[in-house]
Design a protein around this ligand. Sequence first.
Ligand SMILES: Cc1cc2nc3c(=O)[nH]c(=O)nc-3n(C[C@H](O)[C@H](O)[C@H](O)COP(=O)(O)OP(=O)(O)OC[C@H]3O[C@@H](n4cnc5c(N)ncnc54)[C@H](O)[C@@H]3O)c2cc1C
Length: 460
Amino acid sequence: MGRLVVVGGGIAGLAAAWAARAAARRVPGGLDILVLERGEDVGGKARTISRDGWLVEAGPTGFLSGGAEMDRLVAASGLAAEILPANAAAARRFIYHGGRMRRVAANPLGLVRSGLLSSQGMLRLLAEVVIPRRRDSSDESIWDFAARRLGAEAADRLVAPMTLGVFAGDAHRLSLVASFPTMATLERDHGSLIRGLLARRGRMQSGTLTTFVGGIQELPRALAARGGFRVSCHAEVNRIARVRLGWEISVGGDGTTITADAIILAADSAAAASLLREHSGPLAADLAAIHCPPVGVVALGYGPEGRKRIPTGFGVLIARGEGFRMLGNLWDSHLYPGRCPDGHVLIRAMYGGGVDPQAGTLTPGELATLARAEVARLYGIEAAPCFEQVVQWPRAIPQYELGHSARVTRIDEMTAALPGMFITGSALHGVAFPAAAAHGVQTGERVVEWLSARPADWHW
Ligand SMILES: Cc1cc2nc3c(=O)[nH]c(=O)nc-3n(C[C@H](O)[C@H](O)[C@H](O)COP(=O)(O)OP(=O)(O)OC[C@H]3O[C@@H](n4cnc5c(N)ncnc54)[C@H](O)[C@@H]3O)c2cc1C
């Protein structure tokens, strides 16, 4: 029987294990699948904390529904009845700019009325339809793309805060084509974003923000429990060596080793780099170069006074230069029921990311004090929070900086030169939860293809 070891029990690793299990009948002699996770539980960034009647997401708020792979994973994990789409309030999104919270309206008049864009800024944005398509195929930053097509004002006031919301990232450093590929495609195919959006109206899949009744970690936990593969937690992989018939994996510090015909590295890119350094220096160097700055998440719960002061909606992103260190707030209890005791409100303040990696040096206590003060100032809340939870991710969201697509092509090529080695996870092909899940599924299927095509007498 063949053996597949998956390193990392986040959504990408579990999705890969599940997909490999689903296809495993094609492997001659069958396939044993083992997921090794260094933490005490599966889920990785998808971690839900439930305490004293409060339900806090340490990482993803939810995922956009509609992806084929996510649908398959949800069905396979038996969670269809637990699906929880966000309330309609999720459509109300705000940007803090010029000392005020402003609604991001979906129409030009609303954007001008909210004061987010000046009338000149709006006219420049609408002139996008006549801006010629870019001929140069070199990588372009999100900010440069937005300024070229929509004008500098929209780039600063609309697109840069949105980049904070999606990537906790710096629009000047992130690559447009790697981070927002649909935008690049709209320009390429239609010559204009506005014309492209109009032409594709009704056909653009946007999805609904969705989670599960018990929080997002329900999915990784259900996959681990019902996926038909073995999972071992507290199992940190610290070395991978080549042996004649495949690979040998060292786990923990006590000399335990496991042999495998194939490995899927679904740990983050820094862990993958250190495990692969002895097999390919250039591959390790490319993996290690993917910047993944820290993010601090401070969940705060308030009673009726806070509830009155926090607007209904998804949350607010804070433009840089407005005197706040936080990147924005998510208003969790407006999004989903069951997040806090009745009459209360739960919000999360986000810090760090590509625009402020120094926030990673704050202690949990310093972060909580900062968040309490900034939230009180932003909303005018005088009462102290009655609930608090700090989560710090030393490596949070990978930044697809300029050159990312070329780097990923090199990584994929160099990994293919190591027979039986596969890499998945959010550092490469999409930072969102459903993208990590989808790439995990595709990788699990590719491993089975490779194992079933391998000659019976294969060795290094
Ligand atoms: C604060 C925050 C908010 C987010 N919000 C959203 C959102 O609202 N919507 C959305 O779609 N996405 C969101 N994301 C992104 C989403 O969380 C990720 O895309 C996804 O969870 C990544 O999954 P993964 O399996 O690739 O990596 P991870 O979840 O990081 O899993 C990797 C796993 O590998 C394990 N590991 C590492 N090294 C080793 C080793 N040597 N041995 C064994 N195990 C190892 C780790 O412990 C971890 O469990 C957010 C992320 C963060 C940090």
